[in-house]
Write a protein that binds this ligand. Sequence first.
Ligand code: HAM
Length: 423
Amino acid sequence: MAELRTPPGTFDVLPGESRRWEALLGTFRKMVDGAGYGLLITPTFEDVRVFSRVGASTDVVRKEMYDFDDKGGRHLALRPEVTASAVRAFLQHRPSLPWKAWYAGSNFRYERAQSGRYREFHQLGVEAMGSADPDLDVEVVALGMELWAALGISRVDLLVNSLGDGVCRPGYRALLLEYLAGRRDELCEEHRDRLEENPLRVLDCKRPSCLAAAAGAPRQIDHLCAACGAHFDRVLAGLDALGVAYRVETALVRGLDYYTRTTFEYVGTALTSAQNALGGGGRYDGLVSAMGGPDTPAVGFALGMERVLLALDAEAPDDGWARARTVDVFVVDFSGGTGARDLTARLRAAGLRADRSFDGRSPKAQFKAADRSGATLALILGPDEVASATVGIKTLTSDTAQETVALDDVVGEVGRRLESVLG
Ligand code: HAM
């Protein structure tokens, strides 16, 4: 049988490398927890109709969704994003408002796989439902910026735009359509054929022909109704007040159809342009009602974990970020007995992180394993130590001699040493 490997666009994260993922998740969790967001866990697959409102005219839904009939004949889809699932969960459980949720998990899109673009990728995100207050937009946008600061990512541009709402968007859409219809021949083939369906998609097209055709197109921010204009002004004033730097990018429409008013994107300028969106989001004031619920304004964002880690690599490849030690103590046992089994159990019961070798390996091999483990201390059990109910103790992170402690005192001594070494 041919060697089995991960499917295209997917990857493994092995122990070691995964510590960076844990650290990213931990930093994010601390931040959103501190702002009153609670963890939301939803299924990885949903009724396909959950996602149909996300954007019938978008690639994400039209071309990239992993949908299938299950054995019971239900038409399901692996989620391509979490916002629609969060709205479905909101409608199903009707929590009290405002509802502030965060999430972390896999999403699936049948994309052309390349570095920074995968078929299974992982997002961290927040969704806040039940308030139209522009301060909530500011809170959400600023949370992402806080994360970059906490991670030490400095090369991020924040792009913001307003896409208007049900009052002013239709008029703008008609203007844009008229403008682009006059340049239909210049558009890429896909958008030439699908122009009427959603002319805003042309603004999201990166093909040079569409970029050129849309260069002088009317801009939504010049056609906002009074309420949307006031909302956008309040958002920008809020970002100014918090010292969050941004650039208004009038062509930012994002790749999903549900956005209203504020949209934004965090662009990692250390990454190559095709995959440099570290994350993005915006308001989706119409999605809850479009999915059959009451009028419920909402705003959120999602970040691509893979892209954030790539940005960290690009900015500080050798900073050792999040590469913490695996264990505190490594037990080296060449007494031939059960010492390692019992001592590691005692250490772990005392809350210490402890590991050991197995299979009766030579002292040399065990010391090598101890070094490789990154442990601060080694505890050594040879025949002499077992006979005298003692343990050898050695600090691996400095060049100090091995000392001997009584077996009964060893857990306390390990604690004291770790404190003095690690502070
Ligand atoms: P999105 O822009 O489709 O928005 O995805 C958010 C982020 O997920 C992107 O900026 C990117 O970092 C990452 N991402 C997307 N596709 C891929 C891929 N194929 N491979 C690697 N990373 C990827 C959303 O998903 C919205 N649900 C965001 C949102 C939340 N809007 C409101 N609330």
